[in-house]
Design a protein around this ligand. Sequence first.
Ligand code: 5RP
Length: 225
Amino acid sequence: MAGASQDELKRLVAQAALEMVVPWLTPGCIVGVGTGSTADCFIDALATVKAKFEAAVSSSDASTLRLQSHGIPVRDLNAIEEVAVYVDGADEVNPERALVKGGGGALTREKIVAASAERFVCIVDQSKLVDVLGAFPLPVEVIPMARRLVAKELARLGGNAVPRAGFVTDNGNHILDVHGLAIDEPAALETRLNNIAGVVENGIFANAAPQKVLVGTPTGVRLIG
Ligand code: 5RP
């Protein structure tokens, strides 16, 4: 894979995730699916084994459409007992497997499906690895009327919250992309941000980090966890 493009690394890591999850699949089981270009590669790979599981639960309308285009049934999370595994990409991953997510604006549903799953596998190309989270602006989903209030509270924490222009989440809310936050303690900040009135969810995934991270590199796929 020397000289592999970022897209090739995404396909490589998606295929590795498929190989990891296939032994966990049973005819009645449900697979949770994330959102974004790497998750799209996983959906395409998952379609090749669709006889091995019953259905998917999806973290966004976009992923639902892609799953359905492959003939994979998509279930309402409230209608199912168990999600065998959740597979999703990330915008940043630190050495402890804490993530920043939400570049695609689907962070709230992503966190809900991740929290519902028995196992959480994150798939990234090597460009997403960082020592400290926060260079990627942290997405925060807010109730529209609370945008200004939340931005003020984030400024108190040292963050510069920029409304994502022209973007409405699948839940009908807005996204603030927060620049300049020092995310030295991801789990504590994740909890603290969710205590601000008007915040629906933030893009730090540290309190329930993935058990496994697969990283696509030009020399192959590396496993963290
Ligand atoms: C969407 C996400 C994505 O997982 C994240 O933005 C990474 O996307 P990509 O795989 O396209 O780089 O959190 O809300």
